[in-house]
Design a binder for this molecule. Sequence first.
Ligand code: FAD
Length: 320
Amino acid sequence: MAEILVYVDHVGGAVRKPTLELLTLARRLGEPVAVVLGAHAGETAAVLAEYGATRVLTNDAGEFADYLVVPKVDALQAAVEAVSPAAVLVPSSAESKEVAARLALRIGSGVITDATDLEAGDNGPVATQSAFAASFTTKSRVIKGTPVVTVKPNSAPAEPAPAAGSTEPLAVSFSQEAGGTKVVSRTPRASTGRPELTEAAIVVSGGRGVNGAENFAIIEALADSLGGAVGASRAAVDAGWYPHSNQVGQTGKSVSPQLYIASGISGAIQHRAGMQTSKTIVAINKDPEAPIFDLVDYGVVGDLFGVVPALTEEIRVRKG
Ligand code: FAD
């Protein structure tokens, strides 16, 4: 059976959920072979095996942390040469997309970014993408070389399927370019305790209708009752009510959660571009003509200052 390389995103040996989703998708195409780079790489083997990795290729060289991007491209190229996979799957984070693009160029292959689904086809994997602010759904496949595909978080459920997951060292010789951009300092981001916006299964967003930074507390409370992340429209971010890192949309982050709740957001095309692939969309807006209602699964016409706290309370009661 064909082998599929899966590039593992992990933090100090803790595998992030989008990688487990990638392993699920990889199993549709062949046997997943995981590539894990950096410190604590070996500690990921058990969970990768649980989610279907037949082999786990590791390299814990310091270069992966000390320099940007290129050492990872060197390693993935080495893995492609060692395994001759039928495809390479990469999580759709900003850094990983750069790794994927550089890898594809190196190995003379085509690349597809931000796939929202993947299926086996007669001539290689077929990727689903959402284009032009999600007004079109396209299906495409790479026609040259080994397909390199980046897949958005929440594109598939992470389903366990235990496999051998035998750990093997990956030999990497770093290119001259690997040392080009050195990381000189790191500042850890203050943690909110909430899931990462782009990976969260549930996102609760607030817009101009929230009407002030202090009022975002009700959006946060709803997000916390659901274990979700908090997003914001650009209007709310530009007004200084919520950090730019939480902006959803064309010039913000692209999210694709199982559930997206938009409160006091009109549904401008630039906002939709970042959330329209969400599986279930709920909007709370006092204007029944708001464009957001064109794309929702459930719409509540009402004042968010009444609806959001009531919803939060009801969820708390039901959760006991
Ligand atoms: P508004 O459009 O002002 O809508 C507020 C909504 O809240 C209204 O529908 C109103 O009925 C409702 N409301 C008010 N009070 C209440 C209440 N008490 N209860 C319930 N509902 C209430 N926008 C983004 O979001 N993300 C982007 O990445 C982005 N990128 C952009 C890039 C470019 C190049 C440009 C030109 C624009 C971009 N925008 C982006 C801006 C976008 O066009 C809109 O201006 C923005 O999304 C509007 O934000 P909003 O829906 O919060 O505000």
